[in-house]
Design a protein around this ligand. Structure first.
Ligand SMILES: [Ca+2]
Length: 310
């Protein structure tokens, strides 16, 4: 527009009678017309976009902030899983399950409650107890883990654990630890132990001496009441006491990398007679995952179904 006004202004002055001035004016007029005709068409918005913005431009700031926020939210989000029931197996309704593992065709189970605590080998398909030992009435049995030649069992508040010969289930020794005993598992090189807090202890499997503790967190939130544990393909699975959720935990730093939601696994009609979900076992040879609960009538083989991935 500005150029058009300039051109029309020149046209209004083109009545000057002097030939040389007229020639100069005509030349200028032609130049102005050419400039108008061949100037690139730039819409106002495009022109505005083409301008370099100062670094503090508010719109650009909002956009970068939104991107950063979305990235943080994505980093915080952990994978979520539901489940599909693959098989149902009978489970002893009187077994107050506190520890569960599967090795070479045998289910190993530790049970709790004073006067009812046991360590047992169970036939998966039938729930038949193949072999068992009872703990003294003073002991409330807790988590177990199976080593190549031994089985380790915790007790809840006695601060004492038992080591059994894997074949005979005879007690070979006892050991002590501070605090409460809840869950156990091992990866072949290290034993992991839960104590009801958000911490996992790492033990030397030969000495059962503590080497390290890691704190389990989902983002910045500590996840307390970690109970029964299981080593599954490089992660520690831990069911959280009084919930129907299993945390999938990185053993390196305690970070929760996924949640398994087992809501609805047990029929509502069976709920009044049972206690909480507790008990995870993994059959590494056949990639089978088993879960059950205290006094549950059923042990489930499940497959995880992703609900939300990273
Ligand atoms: Ca287990």
């Amino acid at each position: 527009m500005k150029k058009r006004h300039q051109a029309s202004g020149i046209r209004r002055q083109a009545t000057c009678p002097t030939p040389s001035i007229r020639w100069i004016l005509l030349t200028l007029l032609a130049g102005a017309l050419c400039a108008t005709m061949f100037a690139p068409h730039v819409p106002a918005a495009a022109a505005d976009q083409a301008k370099p913005r100062p670094q503090g431009d508010s719109r650009r700031g909002e956009s970068a902030g939104a991107v950063a926020g979305a990235a943080r939210a994505k980093a915080r989000a952990v994978a979520e899983y539901g489940y599909r029931i693959v098989n149902r197996y009978p489970h002893d309704r009187t077994a107050f399950t506190q520890g569960l593992e599967y090795r070479e065709g045998v289910l190993y189970e530790g049970t709790g409650l004073n006067g009812r605590s046991t360590l047992r080998k169970v036939k998966l398909e039938t729930g038949e107890v193949l072999q068992q030992v009872k703990l003294g009435n003073a002991f409330f049995g807790e988590g177990i883990t199976v080593l190549p030649h031994q089985i380790v069992q915790l007790t809840w508040q006695a601060g004492m654990g038992f080591v059994y010969d894997r074949d005979t289930l005879r007690t070979s020794r006892t050991f002590n630890y501070p605090g409460e005993g809840w869950g156990l598992t091992n990866d072949g090189r290290r034993v992991y132990m839960s104590d009801g807090t958000a911490q996992l202890r790492r033990w030397d499997p030969a000495t059962l001496q503590e080497q390290q503790r890691i704190t389990v967190r989902d983002g910045s939130k500590e996840i307390a009441s970690l109970n029964e544990l299981e080593w599954v393909k490089g992660e520690i699975y831990a069911n959280v006491w009084q919930t129907e959720r299993i945390a999938r935990i990185s053993p390196e730093d305690g970070r929760v990398v996924g949640w398994i939601n087992l809501t609805g696994l047990l029929d509502e009609a069976e709920r009044p007679q049972v206690d909480v979900l507790n008990g995870i076992a993994y059959d590494a040879a056949k990639d089978r995952l088993f879960v059950t609960g205290k006094l549950w009538p059923t042990l489930f083989e499940i497959q995880l179904v992703p609900v939300r991935s990273h």
